[in-house]
Ligand binder design. Structure first.
Ligand SMILES: [Zn+2]
Length: 251
C-alpha cells in the first residue's frame, strides 16, 4: 500500500535528511538545510544547539544578510535566510511582503496591496493556504520557551525609531545614535538590559488593535522573546556591533 505523505512531512523529511548528512561530516561545524514558506525557499544555517533563531526575511536588505552571515559563524543558533532578491516575493498572480503574512488579517491586506481584485472565492483559498504554510513554518522557526528570535532588517528611506515610538510602551533613545539604527524588543527584562547599552531601544509588549501581520506580533502572542535589529542599509559594521552587543547584554 502506498501511503500519501502530506507535504509538511515531506519538507520535514528533506530538512531532517540534510541535517543527517551534515552530522556525518564532522569536520564541518555548521549544518545547512532549507525549508519553504509561501512558495519561497529559506536556507537554514545551524551553528550548535542554542535555542536562538535568526531571520533575514527581506531579500533587498543585503547589509542585514551579510551581518547575519558573519554573526552565525561566531554565535550559536540557527539562521534562516530567504532566497529572494526583492522585498516582496512572488505569490500566485501578485507579489507580497513576507513579513506581513504572520496573521490572517495581515495576509489579507498583503494579498490585496498589489492586486485589489480577486475572483470570487480565490482570496479565501489563498488565505487558507497561507494559514497552513504559516503553521508549518512557525513550528520550525520559533525557538523553545527560553529561546530568542532575532530578525535583522535594513532601512533605506526616512523610516526611523521615532516612527515606532507611538506603538512602544517604553523607549531608550540615545542622542549620539542615528535614529535609523535601533533595536526593537518584546520582553521588558530584555529592554532593561539592552537600554543600558549605547544603542536606541524600544519595547513593544502590548498587541496593537490592528495587527499588520509582522512577525513581532506573532512572537508576542506566543510569548517568545523577539528582537528586531534595524540598521541603515550599508552600515555593516554598525549592524554587526549591534548583534554582538545583544549577545553580551542578554547572556
Ligand atoms: Zn526589512
Amino acid at each position: 500500500m502506498i501511503e500519501k505523505i502530506p507535504m509538511y512531512k515531506k519538507i520535514l523529511f528533506i530538512a531532517g535528511l540534510s541535517f543527517l548528512f551534515a552530522f556525518e561530516q564532522e569536520s564541518i561545524p555548521v549544518q545547512k538545510s532549507f525549508i519553504t514558506f509561501v512558495g519561497v525557499k529559506f536556507n537554514l544555517v545551524q551553528n550548535g544547539n542554542a535555542p536562538k533563531r535568526y531571520l533575514w526575511i527581506h531579500g533587498d536588505e543585503k547589509t542585514a544578510k551579510m551581518a547575519l552571515e558573519n554573526h552565525i559563524k561566531n554565535y550559536q543558533g540557527t539562521a534562516f535566510f530567504i532566497q529572494n532578491e526583492e522585498r516582496e516575493i512572488p505569490f500566485e498572480n501578485t507579489i507580497i511582503d513576507p513579513n506581513r503574512v504572520f496573521s490572517r488579517n495581515g495576509a489579507y491586506y498583503a494579498l490585496r496591496k498589489f492586486q485589489p481584485g480577486w475572483p470570487p472565492g480565490s482570496l479565501k483559498k489563498a488565505l487558507d493556504q497561507i494559514d497552513k504554510d504559516r503553521k508549518i513554518f512557525l513550528n520550525i522557526l520559533m525557538p523553545s520557551k527560553d529561546g530568542l528570535l532575532i530578525a535583522v532588517h535594513n532601512n533605506f528611506r526616512g523610516y526611523n525609531v521615532r516612527d515606532e515610538e507611538p506603538k512602544s510602551q517604553r523607549t531608550s533613545i540615545k542622542k549620539e545614535q542615528n535614529p535609523r539604527d535601533f533595536i526593537l524588543c518584546t520582553n521588558e527584562d530584555d529592554f532593561e538590559k539592552l537600554s543600558l547599552g549605547p544603542f536606541n531601544v524600544v519595547l513593544q509588549n502590548e498587541l496593537p488593535l490592528s495587527d499588520d501581520g509582522s512577525l513581532s506580533w506573532e512572537a508576542l502572542r506566543r510569548n517568545v522573546r523577539y528582537l528586531n535589529v534595524e540598521t541603515r542599509l550599508g552600515y555593516l559594521s554598525q549592524q554587526k556591533k549591534m548583534l554582538k552587543f545583544i549577545e553580551k547584554a542578554l547572556e
